[in-house]
Write a protein that binds this ligand. Structure first.
Ligand SMILES: NC(=O)c1ccc[n+]([C@@H]2O[C@H](COP(=O)([O-])OP(=O)(O)OC[C@H]3O[C@@H](n4cnc5c(N)ncnc54)[C@H](O)[C@@H]3O)[C@@H](O)[C@H]2O)c1
Length: 258
């Protein structure tokens, strides 16, 4: 496969300031893409942009945007099409967790709204703001590709993360519906990560180890997941090698969800 298979193509990465989004910024620019990094965390966004720019000659455009707020998403999409010639890849990835750890009978409405709005409505708003133009792009055989981030928590529902699990089940359904609606021009697939050291776990392997121990959980492949474990699958889904795959879920869990 051509090493620079995204040369001349643009990519939007939501949650681009940290974790999988930051990892994606490195790998997508390495494959030749110009990228927009959309994130709510301005400081982290600046830091990531500077770091990625040091490794590439490609455009790295930071846009501060809360994906759960329609007007901000519209403004982000407008600026994106002004800065990039096209959007071939949409990595619909921004997400957050409910750290209150209340079970489904105790969830507060404010937490329900926040998690569902960011994790599910946010992906839908971002998709709708970009896909109309994406599907008209003159690339062949596909006009573009959307890759969404869901979670292993959709297969093993966690009683202490109800809103999170519900939002991520919704992401899978949403992605499949988009896959049907946008075929044959755009493919839509979903990555379901397991437990990876990112901002969502405060970038702390120790915290993850404590959590795994408390839950008596053993990862079959014997280690905690990395950002690269996810971006490797993302690369495959962004490449021509996956052009015949749409509407599918890809578990990246070290065997946790077997
Ligand atoms: N790390 C894991 O083990 C794991 C497992 C399953 C799923 N995920 C999912 O992976 C995705 C990426 O998370 P991560 O693990 O890289 O964590 P992370 O915290 O490192 O990155 C998430 C990014 O999303 C941004 N963000 C949060 N709310 C936002 C909003 N309203 N608008 C725009 N940006 C917002 C954050 O500022 C952050 O930069 C999330 O959807 C998360 O649910 C992560």
């Amino acid at each position: 496969m051509d090493e620079k298979f995204l040369e001349g193509k643009g990519a939007v990465i939501t949650g681009g300031a940290s974790g999988f989004g930051r990892g994606a910024a490195y790998t997508l620019t390495e494959k030749g893409a110009d990228v927009v990094l959309a994130d709510i965390n301005e400081e982290l966004l600046e830091e990531t942009t500077t770091k990625v720019e040091q490794t590439t000659t490609k455009k790295v455009i930071p846009i501060v945007c809360d994906v759960s707020i329609s007007d901000q998403v519209k403004a982000m999409a407008k600026q994106t099409f002004e800065e990039l010639n096209n959007v071939f890849i949409l990595f619909n990835n921004a997400g957050t967790a409910d750290y209150s750890l209340r079970d489904i009978t105790q969830v507060k409405e404010v937490d329900w709204d926040r998690i569902l709005n960011v994790n599910l409505k946010g992906q839908w708003l971002v998709a709708n703001s970009l896909l109309k133009k994406m599907r008209k792009q003159p690339f062949e055989p596909l006009a573009g590709k959307m890759i969404c981030t869901s979670s292993m928590g959709t297969k093993q529902l966690s009683p202490i993360l109800p809103t999170y699990c519900i939002s991520k089940v919704g992401v899978i359904a949403m992605a499949k519906l988009f896959a049907k609606a946008l075929a044959p021009k755009i493919t839509v697939n979903t990555i379901l990560p397991g437990i990876h050291t990112t901002g969502i776990y405060l970038n702390s392997e120790d915290l993850i180890r404590t959590m795994l121990k408390a839950g008596n959980t053993r990862i079959p492949l014997g280690r905690i997941g990395t950002v690269e474990d996810v971006t490797n699958v993302l690369m495959s889904l962004a490449s021509p090698a996956s052009d015949y795959i749409t509407g599918q879920e890809f578990l990246v869990t070290g065997g946790l969800a077997i």
